[in-house]
Design a protein. Sequence first.
Length: 145
Amino acid sequence: MNPPTALSSERAAEINEVIDRITRWARGREDIVGLLLVGSCARDAAWPDSDIDVVLLTAEESRHLLADACAVGLGLGGPIRTQSWGPITERRYATASGLEVELAIGSPTWAETDPVDAGTHRVVTDCARVLHDPAGILAGLLAAC
């Protein structure tokens, strides 16, 4: 079996730019109460076929689930999948270059710590990096995990 191909500097720059763009957008919105990067990008272990996985916690969950306006404005490309994972709904997009971006959209209850949901615990302990946490909700979750 051949080892995976290393991430090119161009793809790494694209990944970082998309993460920065999403983070700047979230910081400018009062309804976004948490933004958490998870998975291989959070571990700094992305491969060419890795996607960007971001948990977006919002006080206006339905607003972000009913429209792709934020994805269009962020340049995330076209929607390719919507899937419910319990308290989180995945909205997956593909950029023009083929980079996939998953926004896992949910309410702040996803980050509850008494007790921490088993699925949430699994996601967080796989590796998570806080991108935006104005009220400390995600810091509390990471500490509980």
